[in-house]
Design a protein around this ligand. Sequence first.
Ligand SMILES: Nc1nc2c(ncn2[C@@H]2O[C@H](COP(=O)(O)OP(=O)(O)OP(=O)(O)O)[C@@H](O)[C@H]2O)c(=O)[nH]1
Ligand SMILES: [Mg+2]
Length: 245
Amino acid sequence: MCATCGCGDTHHHHLGEDHTHHHGEKSIVEVEKDILYQNKLLAERNRGYFDAKNIFCINLVSSPGSGKTTILERTLTDLKGEISFSVIEGDQQTTNDADRIHATGTKVTQINTGKGCHLDAHMVLHALQGLKPPADSVLFIENVGNLVCPAMFDLGEKERVVIMSVTEGDDKPLKYPDMFHTSTVCIINKTDLLPYVNFNVEKAKEYALKVNHKLKIFEVSATTGHGMDEWYSWLRKHVQALQEA
Ligand SMILES: Nc1nc2c(ncn2[C@@H]2O[C@H](COP(=O)(O)OP(=O)(O)OP(=O)(O)O)[C@@H](O)[C@H]2O)c(=O)[nH]1
Ligand SMILES: [Mg+2]
């Protein structure tokens, strides 16, 4: 059992020590601090790897079904001629999303977390050893669909993109502030459904910026493609900046 978020015992084996043995000696807060400290060290190791190979790493986080994979499919298909991509897919079970990414012709590897409700830096380190993303490329990590626990786990990414869809309600940034606070970009997806749902885009943006005034916000529909060009421009600008650095 993981004391950090209670998401099961599937990931204690990669923390360097079996912290479950210490529950009798350490308080839950201490165990949680240890887990997050170990994760931070490994995240820095991942970051060093990305810096050395000039890899622009983006961690995609959202509640289940807001459109992470659909946004990825469209982005990879539209930009594959100009940017080199690879993808790490995180899910509790199945290779469904990895199969969808593979169908776009992109290099992809799947992490199944079992009962675990988030990816951690060690899982990503392990996936990188198999994936071997090329230098001067963009690496997307699709996190497990969950608006809570992934907020705590730095994976070594350069940018964290939180996706909210208009079917979820415009109050999500206020209810799940950690995810919006730790992200650098927010994509509001499924705008094609706005005529049918009770979602106020201006309020959603106001709430998101209240939690994190630095958030860069995009409004898109991954199915119609509306608004995707602004997201692509942002991506191109950052890839270019990295290559010129
Ligand atoms: N109408 C509409 N549907 C969308 C849009 N983007 C995604 N969907 C649909 O929403 C559902 C979930 O999309 P996914 O891309 O699988 O969502 P996800 O965030 O990757 O889901 P998990 O990996 O399970 O967390 C699918 O049925 C998509 O077709 C959109 O912009 N508009
Ligand atoms: Mg997905």
